[in-house]
Ligand binder design. Structure first.
Ligand code: OGA
Ligand code: MN
Length: 206
């Protein structure tokens, strides 16, 4: 609980938080083995933009993704953990987070994701972005760093995607990018959303 409070504090202070060992090594390894064992048919190229604007542009991003839909033990573990975070953040910050969507991502060697925002003010209901890294023994020469930018392109953080490290930030505030990865790189990326459902239509998750 203390950990979730700390994350909420940092979100209030600077708009993001980086937690090196958010889950135990055992939990991280279980997720890593799970994602590694997902068959090729589960993966597809990631797109840019949503719904009608959704296009695949491998120049901007060349990772492949797999949405969590199977409700396996490993997926439930992560969804439960994020539910706890959602409750804490709502309690401490009154953010009104409604639900959570997430996918595994894998970057083949040579892949990257150029500078982008996960949400545009007023045009998306994505409020908080989360990333959990899964590869054991990630070394600096493996690349694939997450770079978080602040005002006027200033680098705020460069994060090596080390196993168990968790990053959370306000989706419409921080431009960020994934540098070219030199090794197969696995992460678990998600977004907490506001409820924008209308009387007859729930906003689609993807
Ligand atoms: C994303 C993203 C960052 C990362 O999927 O939108 O920015 O480090 N991922 O995997
Ligand atoms: Mn992003």
């Amino acid at each position: 609980m203390i950990e979730f409070e700390k994350i909420a504090d940092q979100l209030a202070d600077v708009g993001y938080a980086i937690v090196p060992d958010f889950i135990s090594e055992e939990e991280a390894n279980a997720l890593y083995h799970y994602v590694e064992s997902l068959e090729q048919g589960f993966w597809h190229l990631a797109g840019v933009g949503r719904e009608q604007q959704h296009t695949v542009n491998t120049h901007v991003r060349s990772d492949e993704i797999c949405w969590l839909t199977q409700r396996t033990e490993q997926e439930m573990f992560w969804l439960d953990r994020m539910e706890q975070l959602r409750e804490s953040v709502n309690r401490y910050l009154f953010m009104g987070l409604f639900d959570y969507e997430c996918h595994f991502a894998r970057y083949a060697p040579g892949s990257r994701y150029q500078k982008h925002l996960d949400a545009f003010k007023g045009r998306s209901n994505r409020v908080l972005s989360t990333i959990l890294y899964l590869n054991p023994d990630w070394q600096p020469e493996n690349g694939g760093e997450l770079v978080i930018y602040g005002e006027r392109g200033k680098v705020l953080e460069t994060v090596l995607p080390k196993q168990g490290c968790f990053v959370v930030f306000l989706s419409d505030r921080f431009v960020h990018e994934v540098k070219v990865s030199n090794r197969l790189r696995y992460s678990l990326t998600g977004w907490f959303r506001h409820n924008t459902s209308t009387g007859f239509r729930i906003d689609p998750a993807r």
